[in-house]
Design a protein around this ligand. Structure first.
Ligand code: UGA
Length: 431
């Protein structure tokens, strides 16, 4: 079976590469010629552990190709995936489906009869059916099948998530779509991965509801953390103990500076907007969005408080800019709120991130970027950890203390035990 993946963003690239690893012939197509050229030179546009190796191997074995030739890529495919971006639309927060619809119009003219068209982009309920209508209107009488196959990959562990998912969700309208997707994911079913076969609408809703629920779960524990701090509790103990109840589960209960990334902020906003459009209120989701936004601002306040009465002219060293470790993605990262808030108060910001500095530099003007984590501490009045990269866990608190001017460490990810920081003569302000 030949697969064509439209869009070599994070989702399209990872999924395409993983399907080629399953042994299928995969063509990845993108309108961005420079990106395709780079991929053909084996330069991977995103930082994702394990992705380079898979690309090199499958490319060398000729199962994986990259092209800008949309028509021939689509024309030879048995299954075409649409994996283009769906950014938040300015103003109303609804997902912008322009790229999805544009891809649908183009592929209608290029595909061969009998093709299965699968939407992998995260799209609001009703979109898959609309894509089918667009194709039918562009080429009346063409025989094709439409399906939805949302992804649940996390940046930073996307390969592992693709290869060992908790479940595969497919929305279909006929047995042809179902059979094609069952074949594509067969290697996973040998490992007894559950597959949920359902309607297009349910598949679309499952994706958004999953992300909204996880965003709520994180936000819940963040609020519990605030209460813990007020009453002298320890949120890490509370979270790990409530997580032992299987109905709650231990994952996504790490308190921190608020969730970021390209998915939770965008998808919660889009789901809330969809609900409003249908005259329903998803009040828990709306509140989650508000609480999370406020939390990022509150974290900046926490750092300013640690600087004392007159923060202007003081220096803060920041460890971690990416929205989470193992990615170079800074979209909607807490750092994008916290750093400008500090600068607005006249604070000098020095920062380090193992992978995200290049992406972040244009978004965070005025930051002094450091090549090594220890350099961030030089002359810092306060040191703040925003992202829990493993390299930071191993830093010596003593070596940091020697370089700092001030004595406070604001550890927003609880990466260091408070006692170890105290032994180095520093004050640990955790969550
Ligand atoms: C998320 C979902 O986890 C994936 O299942 C989904 O496929 C993806 O969105 C998507 O829709 O494409 P991702 O945004 O890559 O994945 O990253 P997560 O690991 O979910 O982290 C999101 C944010 O939540 C990060 O800022 C992270 O630091 C924060 N987080 C996560 C916490 O603050 N605490 C936690 O316990 C977990």
């Amino acid at each position: 079976m030949r697969i064509t993946m439209i869009g070599t963003g994070y989702v399209g690239l990872v999924s395409g590469v993983c399907f080629s690893e399953f042994g299928f012939d995969v063509t990845c197509v993108d309108i961005d010629a420079e990106k395709i050229e780079r991929l053909n030179r084996m330069e991977v546009p995103i930082f994702e552990p394990g992705l380079d190796d898979l690309i090199e191997r499958n490319y060398a074995d000729k199962r994986l190709t990259f092209t800008t030739d949309f028509d021939s890529a689509v024309g030879q495919a048995d299954v075409v995936f649409i994996a283009v971006g769906t950014p938040s639309r300015r103003g109303d927060g609804e997902a912008d489906l322009t790229y999805v619809y544009e891809a649908a119009r183009r592929l209608a003219h290029a595909m061969k009869p009998g093709t299965v068209v699968v939407i992998k982009s995260t799209v609001v309920v009703g979109t898959c059916r609309k894509v089918a209508e667009i194709i039918a209107a562009e080429r009346p009488g063409l025989d094709f099948s439409i399906a939805s196959n949302p992804e649940f990959l996390r940046e930073g562990s996307a390969i592992e998530d693709f290869m060992r998912p908790d479940r595969v969700v497919v929305g279909v309208v006929d047995t042809r779509g179902e059979e094609a997707l069952r074949r594509l994911y067969r290697p996973l079913f040998l490992r007894e991965t559950p597959i949920v076969v359902t309607t297009l609408e349910n598949a679309e809703l499952i994706k958004y509801a999953s992300n909204a629920f996880l965003a709520m779960k994180i936000t819940f524990i963040n609020e519990v953390a605030d209460l813990c701090e007020k009453v002298g509790g320890d949120v890490q103990k509370v979270a790990s103990a409530i997580g032992l109840d299987k109905r709650i589960g231990s994952k996504f209960l790490h308190a921190g500076p608020g969730y970021g990334g390209s998915c939770f902020p965008k998808d919660t906003t889009a789901l809330a907007a969809t609900a409003r459009k249908y005259d329903t209120a998803l009040r828990l989701v709306e509140t989650t969005i508000e609480v999370n936004d406020a939390r990022k601002r509150a974290m900046a306040e926490r750092v300013l408080n640690a600087l004392g009465a007159d923060p202007a002219g003081k220096t803060v060293g920041i460890l971690g800019i990416a929205f989470k470790p193992n990615t170079d993605d800074v979209r909607d990262a807490p750092s994008l709120v916290i750093v400008p808030a500090l600068q607005a108060a006249g604070v000098r910001v020095r920062a380090h991130d193992p992978e995200a500095q290049e992406q972040a530099a244009p978004l965070l003007p005025g930051v002094e970027w450091c090549d090594a984590p220890y350099d961030v501490a030089n002359g810092a009045d306060v040191l703040a950890v925003l992202t829990e990269w493993n390299v930071y866990r191993g830093l010596s608190p003593r070596a940091l203390a020697e370089r700092m001017r001030g004595r406070t460490v604001v550890d927003m990810r609880n990466i260091w035990p408070a006692e170890e920081i105290a032994e180095a003569g520093l004050t640990h302000v955790g969550i």
